[in-house]
Design a binder for this molecule. Structure first.
Ligand code: FAD
Length: 465
């Protein structure tokens, strides 16, 4: 769409000119890209807001002119949620990056949405506290983006995902209300759980301008080990065996042979050569002996399936190197094939071996390489379809569609943490059915009756739209 001329003038009347970015094609292109590989969808204008009141003023301008508004944070999203599909106004929270308060007494942190997740973690850890959610993008992604996507990470196995830590938040909705939701107490059941509704709403209900997070005391010890297997089937069986015994380490990350081949190029020396799969296991707690004992217990349980020794990381540096290699996996896979479609399905834990086997079979049938890694302990697998040329896209599309439907057929979901966004909106109904999708559309209309906030995300365009 082309922006009505009055919109820029009205935005400049409510915000300082330096915080209204227009006419700078390079800068706007940056706001139109994320990590979803869905191409470039730049906004017509980007506004760099600093408060809830400013967001409200932007919504007022957008509502008057029926212009789309897209919330944008660090743009590490993998489902295209921050792309300005229909142009309009990108509302960036990048300047709202202050930690407002860390309270050891109440075990809470109050932050602005643009705070980088890793920065918050480092700050609370200095005080002996712990913010567990650890998306692999934590050095760049933000708490606002994590709340919008209900982000998870390796530690979700023991500690859960972002939702478990959001006690409250402030959200500005398109109708102009500034909603202060939740409470500082751990418990609280008054009214509907609107805080929970906003977590994972993918920037389609309102723009979050402040978040109150629950913290934990920091576990004093963590131990990490690497186990290698002859095949991914063996590794998947080992994951099921550990969990079936009731042992829940803080992380249980699986990498298949394709991922290990990619790591051999991108992070040489981190994994033993020639392995068919690997598991990274991490335990934690306050008692060093108990932490190590839990790691030994896991080692005992996987020994029958493993193809070599359990390698325990010696010291912090080795632990960091191992996790660094894991965090780089998404980009390292491109060293095998330059193009990639990355899905993040989740299945019940007992179906992990079947999900992996069926993904590989689907890849073979469509003549594309499939490489899987992920938070196998909680059933969340990053299934990557790798390819070399754009003319392979029809086969890639068919393969990814089958992979998504397989996850649902196995009792799981099309997305365990990256969100539906643009990339998976056509599969939401397959998972949830038309009634549930219709109710969600009605719910969105309560907050956004004009349909100006992040249109085209989560739900496929309505018929006739
Ligand atoms: C290498 C890599 C590894 C990753 N690993 C993980 C992982 O382990 N786990 C995981 O869950 N994700 C992972 N991700 C995906 C991504 O980092 C997360 O989805 C993250 O939460 C996005 O945060 P962001 O700040 O980049 O948000 P953006 O990408 O800018 O935005 C994401 C969505 O949130 C909305 N949004 C942003 N800010 C606000 C706000 N203030 N109010 C309302 N809506 C808002 C946007 O409109 C968009 O829909 C990974 C990504 C990469 C590139």
């Amino acid at each position: 769409m082309s922006l009505p001329a009055a919109v820029l003038a009205e935005l400049r009347a409510v915000l300082p000119a330096a915080r209204v970015v227009a006419g700078d094609a390079d800068r706007l292109a940056g706001y139109g890209r994320d990590e979803s590989e869905m191409g470039e969808h730049p906004p017509d204008v980007a506004v760099l807001v600093e408060s809830a009141e400013e967001v409200r003023a932007v919504f007022a301008v957008a509502s008057r002119h029926r212009v789309p508004v897209v919330p944008v944070s660090a743009r590490t999203g993998k489902s295209g949620g921050s792309l300005a599909l229909h142009g309009g106004i990108a509302v960036s929270v990048e300047r709202m990056n202050r930690i407002l308060e860390i309270s050891s007494g109440d075990l809470v942190a109050r932050v602005q949405p643009g705070v980088v997740t890793g920065v918050l973690q480092a700050e609370v850890e200095k005080l002996g506290l712990f913010y567990p959610p650890d998306p692999s993008s934590l050095e760049t992604c933000t708490i606002g983006g994590n709340v919008a996507e209900n982000a998870g990470g390796p530690r979700a196995l023991r500690y859960g995902v972002t939702r478990e830590y959001v006690l409250g938040l402030t959200a500005v909705v398109p109708t102009g209300e500034i909603l202060r939701l939740g409470h500082r107490s751990i418990k609280g059941v008054a009214g509907y759980d609107l805080t929970g509704l906003f977590v994972g709403s993918e920037g389609t209900l309102g723009i979050v301008t402040e978040i109150l997070l629950q913290l934990l005391p920091r576990p004093r010890h963590a131990a990490t080990a690497l186990v290698v297997f002859a095949s991914v089937e063996d590794a998947a069986r080992a994951v099921s065996r550990v969990l079936a015994e009731g042992v829940v380490p803080r992380c249980l990350e699986l990498l298949d042979d394709g991922c290990l081949a990619a790591a051999a190029k991108g992070s040489p020396g981190r994994f033993p050569p020639g392995a068919g799969a690997a598991l990274i296991v991490e335990t934690d707690g306050n008692d060093a002996d108990a932490v190590f004992a839990e790691l030994v217990r896991v080692a005992e349980l996987v020994r029958g399936d493993a193809s070599g020794e359990v390698l325990v990381a010696q010291g912090e540096a080795q632990r960091r190197e191992l996790w660094e290699a894991r965090r780089k996996m998404s980009s390292d896979l491109k060293l095998l094939h330059p193009m990639k479609r990355s899905e993040d399905v989740a299945v019940p834990r007992s179906r992990i071996p079947e999900m992996i086997a069926r993904s590989r079979e689907i890849g073979a049938r469509h003549r594309v390489t499939v490489a899987s890694y992920g938070h196998a302990g909680d059933g969340n697998l990053h299934v990557n379809v790798l390819f070399d040329r754009a003319d392979e896209l029809p086969r890639v599309d068919e393969a990814t569609a089958e992979i998504l439907r397989t996850a649902v057929d196995l009792g799981g979901t099309i997305t365990g943490e990256h969100g539906v966004g643009l990339t998976k909106r056509d599969f939401l109904e397959y998972e949830q059915g038309p009634e549930v999708v219709a109710v969600q559309r009605r719910l969105k209309a309560v907050f956004d009756p004009l349909g100006i906030l992040n249109p085209g995300k989560v739900f496929p365009p309505a018929l006739g739209a």
